[in-house]
Design a protein around this ligand. Sequence first.
Ligand SMILES: Nc1nc2c(ncn2[C@@H]2O[C@H](COP(=O)(O)OP(=O)(O)O)[C@@H](O)[C@H]2O)c(=O)[nH]1
Ligand SMILES: [Mg+2]
Length: 301
Amino acid sequence: MLGLFQKVRDGLAKTHDKLIGEIKRIVTRAPRLDAESLDELEAALIASDIGVETAMRIVEEVRKASAETRDVDVVSIARRIISEALASQPAALRMAQQPPTVVVLLGVNGTGKTTSTAKLAHQLKQDGRSVLLAACDTFRAAAIEQLKIWGQRTGCDVISGQYNSDSAAIAFDALDAAISRKCDYLLIDTAGRLHTKKNLMDEMAKLQRVLRKRLPDAPHETLLVLDASTGMNGLNQAREFHQAVGVTGLIVTKLDGTAKGGIVVAINRELKIPVKFIGVGEQVDDLQPFDAKAFSDALFS
Ligand SMILES: Nc1nc2c(ncn2[C@@H]2O[C@H](COP(=O)(O)OP(=O)(O)O)[C@@H](O)[C@H]2O)c(=O)[nH]1
Ligand SMILES: [Mg+2]
């Protein structure tokens, strides 16, 4: 448990350092927080991308507390509000009534879909589950080979087809294989870019329809993979994918490389889509189940 917390904390170090540094600077300069300091505090919180609303709520609480006492503990107020905001959503992976549980990972190019597929496979294998992978990015050069390499490393078979072939057909075959092999999980890696954005959304919707022909309650999870360092852009991507296919959860990647880790709070609040996992590095064990308390503690410890 300590190891897990340490990983989350290391992953969030950039966001944490910047945020805590700013808060300390503001508080040290003017312990009796005046209007100007509160404005600065709000700006620092917004810069971490937690979202304007949450930033304003924190500042409001700090304002109230500082009317009553000196030396208000800004950090613990912020930690409490963020933890409360995040804790309202279940983070566990939804499971099928009967295996296989089918999980589709989608998102724009380069956000970390393929890597997250591998990391998730690794985690499930470590829990003793059988996992089959489907290489449904038939568009990007070398995408199939990339997943096959991860398949070898994690000990999972990969169902694949030809480049430029119909990815929904591959998904259908993979589901068929997962059912006949009695696999616990089928993880489907998808393309992040087609000729147009509309093509991509249509393709994702078709993939879901085709899966449902074989298994009516599939996919059990449709996880949108977002790169945390794209900040508020991620929110727009989430809106678009959600409208097209109904996203059931988020994987927020590359938190280790950004000071904008607060984006997790903003997305969670605005779209009501639970964050299920966070990516905090490039290695296969750098995917963490999202834990609201650990996350806010790491941000403000
Ligand atoms: N630092 C860091 N890099 C990541 C993370 N997740 C993915 N990456 C890197 O991002 C790049 C793109 O990942 P990939 O899975 O190929 O993205 P895809 O196009 O969405 O399939 C690769 O170099 C990954 O190693 C993460 O959580 N942290
Ligand atoms: Mg990929």
